[in-house]
Design a protein around this ligand. Structure first.
Ligand code: NAD
Length: 438
């Protein structure tokens, strides 16, 4: 099947490459000429484990190509995916749909008859109806379909998530779209018997927000339990295990930390609140989740200050890990940013290390000394703060780290080190959801 993907970001590039790996002919299109130029030259502009190799293999096989020319991309395509960004509108919280609508307006006169246009971007309920109207203002009714197919991949494990998803959700209003999308996913996923949930477009759009809001709530729940553990002398890691082994609960998304961030949970929970408000429905649990998470992110700076006896003026703090989670270079809404900015406001001097996120971080943060070696970053520091639990950070030699620091203070916001390990080396440790060693 020939497929065009509009928007070659994290989702568009991974989806396009994986569709090609399933044997389809895929053209990825983007307005960003720099990005397309890099991809045409064989360079992958984002960090995603395994993606370079998969892009190369499918490009060489002639199944995957990149262009800025939309007409060329959609010509002869049976399915055109819209995978452009839907960032939060500044000051409003609802999703900015201008990129989606622009893509719909641009593709409308260019697609072949009977093309299925699929919105893969995360969009509020009713967006598919508007995309249908936009395309329908240029084309005759009945000569095209508009469907919804939200994406659930996680950055860092995106390829595995795409090729072996827990389920695929398809929202359709006609049989042509249903048959084509069920064939596109159903054939390669047949051996795994992956469920394909076929529903109406409006339900499909809401499934994505409901799923993300639920996961954000689960994280927030365990974070609040962590606060309680700290006060009552319990251990949140063991608590999460004891809870999560109950199959009705599940162990995933029960890692207490500095609060959720990233390009999806903060914006999608806010957008869901907006939708609920617009329709006069109260979704109080999601409201509380958003409020609690924002407060938590701010409180993390206080936790660091507390570990330094509430005086960080002129102190050097080494932040290890900047991206919103390991195995990605994505800095969007990373908890490291408010943490660093708050500590800077209180007069701290910040040094930071991240295995791959430093370049993106340098565009967001100012006055931060970036290092490409964790030990160099910690040299002369008054405290080390672990914000992202990269494998290379978990495996640091703490004895070596302690030797280069001015004083051995560790604030482990990800519980990257097992209880007692750093303490045994003489560190003063403040972790999440377990009593502090002071
Ligand atoms: P991104 O910002 O990484 O990429 C979007 C791309 O679209 C950019 O390269 C931009 O140049 C391009 N673009 C915008 N308008 C265009 C147009 N008219 N024509 C061609 N290209 C255009 O975004 P992303 O992280 O891939 O997210 C895309 C969507 O998928 C969002 O709605 C997001 O919420 C959703 N999503 C993201 C993830 C994730 O982990 N990143 C997971 C699931 C769903």
């Amino acid at each position: 099947m020939k497929i065009a993907i509009i928007g070659t970001g994290y989702v568009g590039l991974v989806s396009g490459t994986c569709f090609a790996a399933w044997g389809n002919e895929v053209v990825c299109v983007d307005k960003d000429a720099h990005k397309i130029g890099a991809l045409q030259g064989g360079a992958v502009p984002i960090y995603e484990p395994g993606l370079d190799e998969l892009v190369e293999r499918n490009s060489v096989a002639g199944r995957l190509s990149f262009t800025c020319n939309l007409a060329e991309a959609v010509k002869g395509a049976a399915v055109v995916f819209i995978a452009v960004g839907t960032p939060p509108r500044p000051g409003h919280g609802d999703a900015d749909l201008s990129f989606v609508y622009m893509a719909a307006r641009e593709l409308a006169p260019l697609i072949d008859d009977n093309t299925v246009v699929v919105v893969k971007s995360t969009v509020p309920v009713g967006t598919g109806d508007i995309v249908h109207k936009i395309v329908g203002s240029t084309r005759k009714a009945g000569t095209f379909s508009v469907a919804s197919n939200p994406e659930f991949l996680r950055e860092g494990v995106a390829i595995e998530d795409f090729l072996q998803p827990d389920r695929v959700v398809i929202g359709v209003e006609d049989k042509v779209a249903e048959a084509r999308l069920v064939a596109l996913y159903g054939i390669p996923l047949e051996p795994k018997k992956t469920p394909i949930v076929v529903t109406r477009r409006r339900t499909s759009e809401l499934i994505k927000y409901a799923a993300n809001a639920f996961l954000a709530t689960k994280i927030t729940f365990i974070n609040e339990m962590a606060d309680l553990c700290e006060q009552v002398g319990s251990n949140v890691g063991e608590l999460a295990l004891g809870m999560g082994l109950d199959k009705r609960i599940g162990t995933s998304f029960l890692n207490a930390g500095p609060g959720y961030g990233g390009s999806c949970f903060p914006k999608d929970t806010m957008a869901l609140l907006r939708t609920a408000q617009d329709y006069g429905v109260s979704v109080r649990i999601v409201e509380e989740t958003v409020t609690a998470n924002e407060a938590r992110k701010r409180r993390m700076a206080l936790k660091v200050m507390d570990a330094l006896d509430n005086d960080v003026q002129g102190r050097t703090i080494a932040v290890l890990g900047l991206t919103f989670k390991p195995d990605t270079d994505d800095m969007r809404d990373a908890p490291s940013v408010p943490l660093i900015e708050t500590l800077q406001r209180f007069g701290a001097h910040i040094r930071a290390y991240d295995p791959v996120g430093a370049e993106n971080a340098s565009r967001i943060l100012s006055d931060v000394e970036l290092h490409d070696d964790a030990y160099e970053c910690a040299r002369g520091a008054d405290a080390v703060v672990v914000v992202t639990e990269w494998d290379s950070i978990r495996k640091l030699d703490l004895a070596r780290l302690k030797k280069v620091m001015r004083q051995a203070v560790l604030i482990d916001l990800r519980n990257a080190f097992a209880p007692g390990v750093a303490e045994a080396l003489g560190f003063r440790v403040s972790a999440i959801g377990r009593p502090t060693s002071r």
